[in-house]
Design a protein around this ligand. Structure first.
Ligand SMILES: [Zn+2]
Length: 471
């Protein structure tokens, strides 16, 4: 297919291009044959407008790399917002579980863990499949074509969440790459259920069909001692290596200087177990949350960047600000810092980092639409990142850098689209007119989004986004 008269990121926003796109590949990019002037259709006596308008073709669209969720929880999405009982189309499938009593009361992390544990006891296969599909369908509409989907395996859920995710993965095949992460949210080396949780996880890894599970994830900080946390890390690294999986830790989720930075322990274990030599090519290690790193001095961050580089470890950090800002720094007086990993700062230090949504509509993160562009937009304020270059970097964090973190691309962080690039592309349409409620009877020319900056600062409505694939 030919995408005509489009705007390309990283090029003069006044220039227009014709893109020849076949077999999911950009074959050629040539200067547009059509008119290059963006503008508005002339007003007519039927459509009076107080603005001076000129004759022009339809507004040009902006072409961007697709979006990615490098870290999103499929099984606990929309627990508080699904309201399935109120959807007449869901009636009759089964008695759908009710979660509305599990809305945050004090909003603490402890409460979120406890409420979500209670929610888990009510999961049913149909309900898991419904909420997971709602999340993936919504994401697809937002422009997401790949995700790392976390599903919990433990003594309460058994394989229920995993089976629903495998079903969703099949349903979305060809539309979205759903990379399933078999995930231990609960302890696997301490508490009365630790051993059983580990067995459930191990058995699923053993029994699952080839390719269904691509990632192993654990949560070392939920163990009840540092020793148990270290056991958790060692087991996960060894298991990921043995089974040829990607590895993903929820790590250092605190703002407490008294707690040691376990990121160092993970690096040490990866080195001791010779990840560099033993891992399958392209397998990565992702560390999520890591809010504790915001308390580190510059010297320690420099040392961290240097160590990862020297030891040649494919470690990526993923910041999860919608959850972190809601969860962290909850003391009622004194220091109420808002801690979320300083993703852009880490990138500038030479580390690999990106951003993700983590949770939507549950006690860990009751708010948000799950839209990666809205997340990048939040980053402008959170990281006080207001330059054009910052905006491009933030978009990369929910697109190209996110894909590379989960092992989908080896190199390709830039938002620029060039000839030979493979994969889907996201078309952001521009509108001619501002949609005024109440039929004012006048036409107001719409602002045009002509660069990545415009998209990150002012995320386009989902209805303006269109996925282009195939060709
Ligand atoms: Zn998470």
């Amino acid at each position: 297919m030919k995408l005509q008269n489009v705007i390309l990121p990283g090029r003069d926003p006044k220039s227009r291009w014709d893109v020849d796109y076949e077999n999911d590949t950009i074959n050629t990019i040539t200067p547009a044959v059509a008119s290059t002037a963006p503008g508005c259709t002339a007003s007519s006596s039927n459509n009076p407008s107080p603005f001076t308008l000129e004759e022009s073709p339809d507004p040009s669209s902006l072409l961007l790399p697709p979006l990615c969720h490098p870290h999103i929880h499929l099984d606990k999405a929309y627990l508080l917002t699904c309201n399935a009982q109120h959807n007449p189309r869901c009636a009759g499938t089964e008695t759908l579980p009710e979660y509305t009593d599990l809305a945050p009361q004090d909003g603490s992390f402890k409460e979120a863990l406890e409420f979500t544990a209670r929610a888990k006891q009510r999961y049913t296969p149909d309900n898991l499949y419904l909420r997971g599909s709602q999340l993936l369908g919504t994401s697809l509409g937002q422009g997401v074509t790949s995700c790392r989907a976390f599903v919990e395996l433990d003594h309460v859920t058994g394989r229920k969440c995993l089976d629903a995710a495998v079903k969703s993965k099949k349903m979305f095949a060809g539309q979205m790459h759903v990379q399933i992460c078999a995930f231990a949210q609960d302890p696997i080396y301490s508490t009365e259920h630790g051993k059983e949780n580990r067995l459930v996880l191990s058995r699923a890894l053993e029994e699952c069909s080839e390719g269904d599970i691509e990632v192993l994830g654990t949560t070392p900080y939920v163990e009840n001692s540092r020793e148990a946390s270290l056991e958790n890390i060692k087991w996960a690294v060894e298991t990921a290596l043995t089974r040829g999986l990607h590895l993903d830790f929820h790590l250092d989720y605190n703002l407490d200087r008294e707690q040691s930075v376990m990121t160092w322990d993970v690096l040490q274990v990866l080195k001791e177990k010779r990840w560099k030599d033993r891992a399958q090519p392209g397998k990565t290690i992702v560390l999520g949350h890591c809010t504790r790193l915001t308390l580190c001095e510059d010297e320690e961050m420099e040392r961290l960047a240097k160590t990862i580089k020297e030891w040649q470890l494919p470690v990526h950090f993923v910041g999860l600000p919608t959850s972190d800002l809601f969860m962290m720094g909850r003391s009622t007086s004194g220091d109420r810092r808002r801690g979320t990993m300083r993703v852009l700062d880490m990138i500038s230090r030479g580390m690999d980092a990106c951003l993700s949504v983590n949770n939507v509509g549950n006690a860990f993160t009751p708010w948000g639409t799950g839209d990666p562009i809205a997340l990048a937009s939040l980053g402008v304020g959170v990281y006080q990142a207001g330059t054009e270059e910052d905006a491009e970097r933030l978009y990369e964090c929910v697109s190209t850098r996110a894909r590379r973190a989960i092992g989908l691309d080896s190199e390709n962080d830039t938002v620029a689209l060039s000839e030979g690039r493979k994969g889907e592309v996201l078309l952001v349409r521009n509108e001619q007119w501002v949609g005024c409620p109440g039929h004012l009877g006048i036409k107001i020319p719409a602002r045009q989004r002509v660069s990545v900056r415009d998209v990150v600062w002012d995320p386009p409505d989902v209805g303006l986004r269109q996925m282009v694939r195939g060709g």
